[in-house]
Structures are given as C-alpha cells and as structure tokens.
Design a protein around this ligand. Sequence first.
Ligand code: ADP
Length: 403
Amino acid sequence: MNVLVLNAGSSSLKYQLVNLETRSVLAKGICERVGSDEAFHKHGIDDNEVVIDAPMADHNEAMALVLEALTSGENKAIDSLDQIDAIGHRIVQGGKYFDRSVLIDDAVIDKIAELAELAPLHNGAALMGIEACRTYMADKPMVAVFDTSYFHTLQPKAYMYPIPYEYYEKYGIRKYGAHGTSHRYLADRAAEMLDEQIDDLKIITCHLGNGCSMSAIDHGLAVDTSMGLTPLDGLMMGTRSGAIDPAIVPFLIEHEGLTSQEVNDILNKKSGLLGISGISNDLRSVRTASEEGNDRAQLAYEMYSNSVKKYIGQYIAVMGGVDAIVLSAGVGENCDKMRRMIFAGLQPLGIVLDLEKNKGRGGERVISTDDSAVQILVIPTNEEYMIARDTFDLVQESLSADI
Ligand code: ADP
C-alpha cells in the first residue's frame, strides 16, 4: 500500500509518499512560502532533488503541483494517482476529542475546525490540506493523525494548570502536548532496539529540533510531557522561550507598551537560542560563535542543556526511575557537544555517557557506556512512517469491516 503523508503548515505543504510493504520512501518534498511571490517547490527521490520556483496562490494549487511532480517528469515516483491508496494527514491539535488516529469524515473535519481555536495556524492549514485532497482525490480514504493524541493517557494531575478551574471548563485550558507522533515512535523504537517490551520500561524521550519537547513514558503510557496548551511551553527552543515566569508577560506589556500579540510573537519567534545568543536559532551557528569565545552563545548552550537536564530530573522523579533516555531531531541526533553538556554530572543517577560513542555520527545507536544503568540512545525520528502506518492500519480495518 502506498500512503501519501501530508503535513500542511500555514504557508507550507510537506509530503512523503511511503510504501508500507517495503518501508521505503518513494518520494518526498515541500512547497514553501505558499501564497507569496517567493513560493517554491522542492521535490525529490533519495538525493535526486529538484527545486522549482512555482507560483502557488494557496494549498490547493500547491497540492496540484505535488501531484503533478509525483506522477510526471524526470523525478516521478508513480505513473498515476491510482497508485496512491490512502492519505495520512498530520494534525497538530486533537484536543479532547481524539485519543487516537481516525478515518476522516465530515464530523471529524468539523471537530478539527472547532479545535482551530487552540492551534489557529496549524489546524487551519491541515484543513486546507484535507480540502485540497478532496478536490483532486475525492475517492481516497484519508486518516487524521494527531500530535496530541499520544498524551491522552496523562492524568489530570499532569495536565491541569493551577489556575481557576473554570477556565478549564470554559475554554479547555490544559496541557495537550505536541510532537506526540514523534515521542510514540521514539519510545516504540527504543524498546525494539533494547529488545525489551515497552510495558517493562521507563523511558524519557527528547525531541530536540527547532521545536523541542520531552516526554515521560512509563510502561508504555505517556505520563507527562513538556509542551502545554500550546507548543510554546517547556524547554528552551530555537526561537521559543519555553516555560518562563508568567508575570513577565504583563511586565513587558506594561513597560514596553506592547500588545499581548506582540509579546506572544517575541516569546515564539525572538526568544530561545536566538534571543539569548543574538546570533541565530540554528545551534550550528551558536556553536561556532561559542567556540570563538562569544559569551552569549556559550550562555545559550548552557541554558539549553540545563533546561533538558532539569526535565530529565523531573521525569525520573515522576516515574520513580528511568531505564532509557532517547535523543532525537536535529540537535539530539547531531550535536555531540550539547549531548555532552546535557549528561555532564548525571553519573550519580546511573546515567553515563560514553564520550567516544557520543562523537559518532548518523543513524540509530546507543551512546551510554556498557556499564551505565540507564541506556542513552540516539534515534532519528520518523513521524511520517508512523502516520503512514496508522493510515494503513485504519484503512485495512475499514476494508475488513466492509467485507
Ligand atoms: P525541525 O523542528 O524544524 O524539524 P530539525 O529537527 O531539523 O528541526 O532540527 C533543526 C535544528 O537542528 C537546527 O536548528 C540546528 O540547530 C540543529 N542541528 C542540525 N544539525 C546540527 C549539528 N550538526 N550540530 C548542531 N546542531 C545541529
């Protein structure tokens, strides 16, 4: 079965065509700056990538370009749309409604639209992606895979905020988490790599990319996660502040004469590594600057690693121990310096990084010492594969139900 996995952002449309039987990616790409004059489309198979400047006014037009690139030209992956069996959509916010992936119908679309209040940019974009698929591939089954559903196992003590209860009742203000598909993949894969049952393990998963989040997964169930009502909470990130004293918000509004939206923009787009270093949200540039003696770049490194370290401590306390810590995404997979700083001083907790293994690059690997009580693993995340697998499972299920 070939599944087209779609991840629609407010001005982007990312896609992968995945063959489930062979677990291979037939093609992937992204349309960026959709709706602007600088729109372009990157499409490729393996290293064979082409970048095409292409006007696209909206997600509908972007989808037409994607389908054309998949089925025609030098880098085509399939001969016709008949070879796409189903479509899996990444949806950021599933709120209280979705504790698992679901086949998309009108009622599901209505709920995703209702939840857009909690994730205006993301859910709105996903709806545009769904609409575009209905335009060009109305006959294909579609599945919604939610970033939040993995965290449905959180208990109220983990997801409630200590603010008046009425705001939870009135607006649904609570922790929903994000990156759930990634955390689910990392925990499952860690258990496979360790040749253990996930039900026997306490795992901490760290997704450290531009956006960063961590989760505590106790015997296969997520019990806590660092992102909150929105993906602004928790760890320090590339441009996002993560958790800060909430009183800073009214302070800035008052002293800088800013609107709440402007403060929101500062915390989402101008904070984190970028805000502290003043150089970049990209850790590679921050690293170069810190190695050249830039104090603020070094401070950014120290704050970022400290933020991860503190969550490791919290989650060990929440689960009463840990068997494995998994690192993933751009920073987690690639930055040996950051990993060294995160694990420095954790030896008394039985967490011992092997400095030689830590220097290695690429792919899945264990980077703790042979005698470390806690295994430290690097696992490249694969959200697209999880979305394709959920889509495959649900479509198969519905087909057998029809028989
Ligand atoms: P996204 O959340 O956008 O998917 P990624 O998972 O691709 O992000 O992570 C992007 C970040 O990974 C970059 O901002 C960069 O800081 C970091 N990164 C990638 N490669 C390296 C590297 N070799 N050393 C340090 N940081 C890296």
